[in-house]
Design a protein around this ligand. Sequence first.
Ligand SMILES: [Zn+2]
Length: 280
Amino acid sequence: MHRLSVLVVLCVAAALIQGCSQQIMNGSSLVIKEIAIAPKSVPKLKEEDLIDLSPYDREPTEWGEQVKGVKTQMQTNERKIALTFDACGGDHGNGYDEELLLFLKEEKIPATLFVNERWIHANEALFLDLADNPLFQIENHGTHHSPLSVNGGEAWGIPATQSPQEAYNEIMQNHDTVKGLTGREMAMFRSGTAYYDEVAVELAVNLGYDVVNFDVLGDAGATYSGEQVKNALLGSQKGSIVLLHMNQPGSGTAEGVKLAIPLLRDQGFEFVLLEDEILK
Ligand SMILES: [Zn+2]
């Protein structure tokens, strides 16, 4: 955030702060004044939140899961694996894999949870319970679960954000929701579908985020059988980041994780949180 020049306002709370677009025309000092008198329910924007999005209004050249700037592994020579579980939210994604989470808790296995705002709203008590557990690191899986782009496109049939402003909102609306509920300032982002263009990744980085994908596809969108999940996990190497899901209780994910973890431990692997490691 500090690396950005503070120039023009982002109308993050445009729907809530009336007259915002008018105030933009009048200069940044007036904008800050306007926000200061916003209703209590609107989070106050600090001066450093007012960022210039114009540098990101340009044509990207990459689109995918491993574009420039995306981290996919931990930098280590030790036998460390980071398990990451997405909670995607939405009509078919608001579930909670109780068997999986119970196993992680009982076995004291740390995991990084990438949580979408829709899932949080559908499971607020559960979310607060997970956020309160030091075994788990809560990170950002977006607001609407959109692929992150500055100019549209799609992944797996899901439309991407269409502008720098939409990309900003996709990251920061959920950021503010989690901060409001827990006080936590999330610092790692994985988009819905894990697709990005490299300009949107640059925007996320300048908002203070690491963009974190994976090198082990653990459950293929929670479509794998338990045996397939186990085999995928057994392909982990030193520093692997594994992508799994915690929102599909009918899937093979819990079974595969329960099968693989004792075997990985026998091989000398330990499980770590991403926040304790250097990513690459
Ligand atoms: Zn997801």
